[in-house]
Design a binder for this molecule. Structure first.
Ligand code: NDP
Length: 287
């Protein structure tokens, strides 16, 4: 499309703050690539204005919107339908507006599974260690469980949150335990996992942060994932690569959750290469 005109349909991301969001760059590039007359922006909403903001988007004919912190759970009461994954996760990151109805989805966890699959890594039947029990961990744990993994151990600083998440995973029918983070340093503990995922912000600030786990204790062939996406090179990923493990950073999850949202919004196949390129440029500019 050559530019915005009176036929242009709107989409966006709501959050607070939201100025850091890379979504406008990625989505607008994707719309341009597919020749869609759509425009995507970022909207900073005050918590008290959330309901009015949603009504406004319906009234203005928005096709849908993404949801970031702190609204991923807060939007739930305002939705007309919630897809299975989002219902189990208890949070929504994508809302499609169809005939005035708000339909909620969560593409974060499935985006993570996609990011493994594009690297040729199948999660089905695997034993997983997930470190962290916050929003990202929840989405990843539920999607991995729905994918049919063998087991998920959740290690978290606050053990009660790990227990809550492992109960959720167990309710899907997958073996799951909560573990205190100190267990990670036990010599035999890491041996049993096929995939290890960091879902905490530890490692985001610099390469000097303490190493999250003793990488030397992992079994050969273990896949090491870090959901951090602002930098490709966390200390965990660097150490894992140096020792010959497959290392997966969080940019693939970010890309694929967006690609899935694009498909839900437009019904078109996402232009993955263009989105990946736009994301890489946006990440470089934001560092
Ligand atoms: P939350 O705040 O919801 O959860 C943070 C988790 O990290 C909690 O389990 C918390 O433990 C733990 N944690 C935080 N600080 C420490 C610390 N100093 N020591 C030990 N544990 C700690 O954050 P999110 O789940 O939203 O995000 C987690 C990570 O995932 C971030 O790095 C974020 O950038 C990344 N992310 C990546 C995405 C992607 O697309 N790649 C998407 C979303 C997030 P406790 O429960 O004890 O507080």
């Amino acid at each position: 499309m050559s530019g915005i005109n009176s036929e242009t349909k709107l989409l966006g991301v709501i959050g607070n703050p939201v100025s850091h969001s890379l979504s406008p760059i990625i989505f607008n590039k994707a719309f341009q690539e597919c020749g869609l007359n759509l425009c995507y922006s970022a909207f900073n909403i005050q918590p008290n204005d959330l309901e009015a903001g949603l009504q406004g988007m319906v009234a203005l004919g928005f096709l849908g919107f993404n949801v970031t912190l702190p609204f991923k759970e807060a939007v739930l009461p305002f939705l007309d339908s919630i897809h299975r994954d989002a219902k189990i996760i208890g949070a929504v990151n994508t809302v499609v507006i169809k005939e005035g109805r708000l339909c909620g989805y969560n593409t974060d966890g499935s985006g993570f599974v996609d990011s493994l699959e594009e690297r040729g890594i199948k999660a089905t039947g695997k034993n997983i260690l997930l470190i962290g029990a916050g929003g990202a961990a929840k989405a990843v744990a539920v999607s991995l469980a729905l994918q049919g993994v063998q087991s998920i151990v959740i290690a978290n600083r606050t053990l009660s949150r790990a227990q809550e998440l492992s109960d959720k995973v167990a309710s899907i029918g997958v073996n799951s335990w909560a573990a205190p983070t100190e267990d990670i340093n036990r010599e035999d503990f890491l041996k049993t996992f096929d995939i290890v995922v960091n879902a905490t912000p530890i490692g985001m600030k610099s390469l000097d942060e303490p190493l999250l786990l003793p990488v030397q204790n992992l079994s050969p062939g273990t896949v090491v994932c870090d959901l951090i996406y602002r930098t490709h090179d966390t200390r965990l990923l660097r150490e894992a690569s140096t020792r010959g493990f497959t290392a997966v950073d969080g940019s693939g999850m970010l890309l694929h959750q967006g690609a899935r949202a694009f498909q839900l919004f437009t019904g078109h196949k996402p232009p993955l290469q263009a989105m990946r390129k736009a994301l890489a440029v946006a990440l470089c500019q934001s560092m």
